[in-house]
Design a binder for this molecule. Structure first.
Ligand code: PMP
Ligand code: GLN
Length: 381
């Protein structure tokens, strides 16, 4: 056997790295990878600084600092009306990425089918394949990326081990309604199918709408591992801090892998977050904060030739460009960087082979001067 025989022969480098490098090389305005270009709250930085100086510099408890798990439990109960025991049903992770990867590795056996909704965030599929699972994609339909529940139901069968959902949705910015969640609940009812619910953008929802967490629905919650990210919520994507919650029997299995995967994550930051989370306004104000950015950006490009349907959640805006060019999204995204010095994400990388729509994804978690620069370029195309 070849010593470099790949376990993921079809996987190259993630789009966020390839486009990010191209953007840097060409000094482009970067609205590609999702991260804020502004500083987090000074108070949070102070708390982290304090925690380091107070000596929280050795291993944290394996499941996470207890005070942090307690405050996460309170937050979820307050927002979604479900109690997760801090002792046995909450684990602090190295970002949502680890929570997702650990969940898939803990539950997916070779031959198991895992249903994902496409476009899908790019970390799900390789993780499923790495553990021998079979990816069963269901495509969202049309220019509004709508869910076809009949189609979803038709792929659920005896081999289905897990379903992965993501609301608010990256990259489309769509959010699922109560009716979506109820339909999902109805289809899974009576089965042994697990739900991996990626809710990293739970606090970034616009226009008075509400995030529908799987935690709100009793039957869904009983089969769900829910993943969240402090990176998105507190403008600290580089810290790679997140958590996941699940009923005890599921969390026991998650923990078996987590303890050998990372054992525990940054101690001082957990201490700081447990203090910072005592003030719900820090996350409850996030929707308004990003809605203003969305509206600022959309207002600045309203005269452009891109077609715009305002995003409902996340810090991503899709722009449709069929009035501008026939190019495939990857080609157009690259040309935008090379010729116009503006970087975006082509969403075909999150889609199936048949995908042929003309959308690019722009991250508006940026200061107004950057949004102005991007708008100037978009208006000139
Ligand atoms: N899921 C989705 C849908 C995301 O957009 C991201 C952000 N990169 C993640 C998971 C990973 O989150 P984290 O940065 O906390 O690992
Ligand atoms: N979630 C971020 C995005 O969609 C990127 C995270 C990453 O680079 N892996 O842009």
């Amino acid at each position: 056997m070849n010593i470099t025989e790949s376990k993921l022969p079809n996987i190259g480098t993630t789009i966020f790295t390839t486009i990010g490098q191209l953007a840097n090389a060409h000094n482009a305005v970067n609205l590609s990878q999702g991260f804020p270009n502004f500083e987090p709250d000074a108070r949070l930085l102070e708390l982290v600084d304090l925690a380091f100086k107070k000596g929280y510099n050795q291993y944290a408890p394996m499941q996470g600092v207890f005070a942090l798990r307690e405050i996460i439990s309170e937050k979820i109960e307050q927002l979604y009306g479900r109690y997760y025991h801090p002792e046995s049903e909450i684990i602090v992770t190295a970002g949502a990425t680890q929570a997702i990867f650990t969940t898939i590795s803990a539950f997916v056996h070779p031959g198991d089918e895992v249903v994902i909704i496409k476009p899908a965030y790019d970390s799900y599929e390789p993780a499923i394949e790495l553990f021998g699972g079979k990816v069963v994609p269901v495509d969202l339909e049309g220019a509004a990326f709508e869910m076809n529940w009949a189609k979803f139901k038709s792929v659920i069968g005896p081999k289905t081990k897990m379903v992965v959902i993501n609301t608010p949705h990256n990259p489309t910015g769509a959010i699922w309604s109560e009716s979506d969640m109820l339909q999902l609940q109805e289809i899974l009812k009576g089965s042994n199918i697990l739900l991996l619910s990626d809710e990293v953008y739970e606090h970034i929802v616009f226009d008075e709408k509400k995030h529908e967490s799987a935690a709100k629905y009793a039957d869904l919650a009983s089969r769900s591992i829910i993943c969240s990210s402090f990176g998105k919520t507190f403008h600290v994507t580089g810290w790679k801090m997140g958590y996941c919650v699940a009923p005890k029997s599921l969390m026991q299995e998650f923990q078996k892998v987590h303890q050998f995967n990372v054992f525990s994550v940054n101690h001082a930051i957990q201490i700081a977050l447990s203090e910072y989370l005592k003030h719900p306004e820090h996350y409850l104000s996030l929707g308004n904060f990003y809605q203003q950015k969305r509206d600022y950006f959309l207002n600045a490009i309203k005269g452009s030739r891109f077609r715009i349907a305002p995003t409902a959640g996340t810090y991503f805006q899709l722009l449709e460009y069929s009035d501008i060019t026939e190019e495939k999204d990857m080609d157009f995204a690259k040309r935008l960087i090379l010729e116009h010095k503006l970087a975006s994400i082509p969403i075909s990388v999150f889609c199936g082979a048949n995908y042929d729509q003309k959308f690019l994804r722009f991250c508006f978690a940026k200061t107004e001067n950057i949004l102005d620069q991007a708008a100037g370029i978009l208006n000139s195309i």
